[in-house]
Design a protein. Structure first.
Ligand code: DMJ
Length: 682
């Protein structure tokens, strides 16, 4: 009878009250007793039936819970074997210096070269519609026919084959991942005190001045790289655009963060001369010696980090730390590394949070950090897009602290539950957990999380069974099954968002157009063919977001039709019609050209370059626009962001190069702001 007592006691007081009609304490005791009596009076078979019904109810409820609440993927990973992406990787990765795929012009591994080698060419300047059959039969060689079928049927079905793929991978990991995690985390026992020490003495490294420390490791310092400058008309046109931008900045905003080219004034954000630091490597690559030298002098004499002012950890890391490190690696000039190290020390307070997930705002002068004023949360993409730079600082100085703090972030994020590998866009630096019901997106606040999973793996020599690459593969599977859709009539592939983590919204930021390039880069390094197919289709869609506007410039955000009742397959709302001179699509075109050698991508880029020349160029530089939907009313916004100089113009220049390996992607990895950093093979 004790069991039955237990059943009776698990009923809540309210339910008992409602069954017996009682309200008071005594009455409730009485009713509990009478319920127990009634239960005892039931025939045993009836009682068994009730218990079975209750059990069935509980099981059914569990079945309806979302899958990711029931299955802990970490547990699946513990089964040992060989990762199936070895199938492709054996041919491309056995020798990290041997890449058959890039030895022959226009040839990609397997039978899939045609998929990339036939981009939309010049005739596609006209808006092109693509029936689904076209995509499958009309020359786009899908290597995985089943997957292609599934993709073609979307959104009605999801790419099931792909889900199986990732589960196979998770089932087949050679080493227990948890063990790796434990080893690295246990190294962090005295991390906090080392951090505090570095923060206290920003001009020092290992107890001596940064300069003396670097002196002592002289032989390991970077050697200058050589570039020959523009070799054709298109490259020269880009150099001219850069010089025009630089002249305006120099005249009206020198030493300030950005130029306002319409009002011909300066724009201040962090007070770190962003445009100068962001431009250093672009000028070096373009062979602009005079401009590079004047920028170098400014960095040496006028770039100071002691101002009592909050800056954003992510922005300063990708633009300033990344810019300085890249300038150091390309030019071999130690001064840039000295500056980068001092900045690195001053950014470290961000990592003194209880969870190790960095605070978003850091005061470089006071050396303190906190969450943003408007929210307790950091953006997920921001805390996961600092790793390339901090790791490079450690490897360049032989001082591990910078890499260690960002490895902790990697490990914490890796350990968090995700939805099909996808992450919510907010994370709390105090608790180290994602915000419940936050949006999932590959646009703002989510984008470069996915980018840095792949790029960190490349930066560190593409080790097998690395958590980063497993998370990347799982995430791209999540993109394919949860976020990717086709428009109803013209079948354009796009990546939508999940509002509250659940509700699909057919909205894609221009920021997401970095993804085709990243996917292709991953594919060249052994990722599955499904990544290539998505890359190709998404590149076409991104191009359309330019071609469909009368200005031939893409809007900040595009929407996609969910059904054929909507008038257009791709459309832009008035509030989203601005263009900020962003680089993402040009970046993707660059990867497609650099990795395939197919010059049609250059033609696509040239169309867009001309559109910038026509609509964004003003007397003192290039300006962001408020409206790409009307050539007669573009509403100039009066800002030239530093990423125009660091990314958009750099990627244009490299895209138009006669030598697609002007930057060798086996040796360099671009950070999120377009600054190349070296790949470390050990
Ligand atoms: C750049 O600062 C970086 O590319 C960042 O990762 C995203 N936004 C801008 C460019 O659009």
């Amino acid at each position: 009878m004790t069991n039955i007592d237990h059943v009776a006691l698990t009923l809540s007081p309210t339910s008992i009250t409602s069954i017996t009609g009682g309200v008071g304490g005594d009455e409730s005791n009485l009713s509990r007793k009478s319920l127990r009596r009634s239960w005892n009076q039931l025939p045993r078979c009836q009682r068994n039936l009730i218990i079975m019904a209750l059990t069935a109810f509980i099981f059914t409820a569990l079945l309806f819970l979302p899958g990711d609440q029931l299955i802990n993927l970490k547990d699946i990973r513990l089964k040992p074997a060989a990762a199936p992406f070895h199938i492709r990787r054996e041919s491309t990765l056995q020798n990290p210096h041997h890449h058959p795929s890039i030895e022959k012009e226009n040839e990609l591994p397997g039978d899939i070269s045609a998929a990339v080698a036939s981009p939309m060419t010049d005739e596609s300047r006209l808006i092109k519609t693509k029936p689904a059959e076209d995509k499958l039969d009309g020359g786009v060689a899908y290597a995985d026919a089943n997957f292609a079928e599934n993709v073609a049927k979307l959104p009605e079905t999801v790419a099931v084959g792909n889900v199986n793929g990732i589960i196979d991978i998770l089932n087949n990991v050679e080493q227990p991942i948890e063990q790796n995690l434990e080893n690295t985390i246990s190294d962090t026992s005295n991390l906090r005190s080392e951090l505090e020490e570095a923060i206290r003495q920003p001009f020092k490294l290992s107890q001596v001045s940064i300069e003396s420390h670097l002196e002592s490791m002289d032989t390991q310092l970077a050697k200058a790289q050589h570039f020959h400058g523009a070799t054709n008309e298109r490259q020269s046109a880009v150099v001219a655009a850069f010089k025009h931008s630089w002249a305006g900045y120099k005249k009206y905003a020198w030493g300030h963060d950005n130029l306002k080219p319409v009002s011909q004034t300066a724009h201040e954000w962090f007070g770190l001369g962003l445009s100068i630091v962001d431009s250093l490597d672009t000028m070096y690559i373009m062979g602009l010696e005079d401009e590079f030298n004047e920028a170098r002098d400014w960095v040496k004499n006028s770039l100071h980090f002691h101002t009592n002012r909050d800056v954003n950890l992510f922005e300063v890391t990708i633009r300033v730390l990344g810019g300085l490190l890249s300038a150091y690696h390309l030019s071999g000039d130690k001064m840039f590394l000295v500056k980068a190290t001092e900045l690195g020390n001053r950014l470290l307070p961000s990592f003194l949070s209880p969870s190790g997930i960095p605070y978003s705002d850091v005061n470089l002068g006071e050396r303190s950090a906190h969450s943003p004023k408007w929210s307790p949360d950091s953006s997920t993409s921001e805390v996961t897009t600092i790793q390339l730079e901090f790791r490079d600082l450690s490897r360049s100085t032989n001082v591990p602290i910078y890499e260690r703090v960002v490895n902790v972030v990697n490990e914490k994020i890796h350990a968090l539950d995700k939805s099909h590998g996808l992450v919510p866009i907010f994370i709390n630096a105090n608790t180290g957990t994602f915000r419940n019901y936050a949006t999932i997106s590959l646009g703002a606040r989510g984008d470069s999380y996915y980018e840095y999973l792949l790029k960190q793996w490349l930066q560190t020599g593409r080790k097998d069974n690395d958590n980063l690459i497993l998370d990347y593969m799982q995430a791209i599977d999540g993109v394919l099954t949860q976020l990717m859709r086709r428009t109803p009539r013209e079948h354009w592939v796009y990546i939508g968002e999940l509002i509250n983590g659940h509700d699909f919204k057919p909205k894609m930021d221009h920021l997401t157009c970095y993804l085709p390039g990243t996917l292709l880069l991953g594919h060249q390094n052994g990722m599955p063919d499904s990544h290539l197919l998505l890359a190709k289709d998404l590149l076409d869609t991104c191009y359309q977001t330019y071609l469909r506007q009368p200005t031939q410039l893409a809007a900040e955000i595009s929407y996609f039709a969910l059904n054929d009742k909507e008038e257009n397959d791709i459309y832009v709302k008035s509030n989203d019609a601005h263009n900020l001179l962003r680089p993402e699509f040009i970046e993707s075109l660059y990867y497609f050209y650099a990795l395939t050698g197919n010059r049609s991508y250059q033609d696509m880029g040239w169309n867009i370059f001309q559109a910038f020349e026509k609509h964004s160029k003003v007397a003192a530089g290039y300006t962001s626009l408020g409206n790409v939907k009307n050539t007669l009313n573009t509403r100039m916004r009066d800002l030239m962001e530093s990423f125009w100089l660091s990314e958009t113009l750099k990627y244009f220049y490299l895209l138009f190069s006669d030598n697609r390996k002007e930057i060798d992607l086996d040796k360099w990895v671009f950070n999120s702001e377009g600054h190349p950093l070296p790949v470390y093979h050990q």
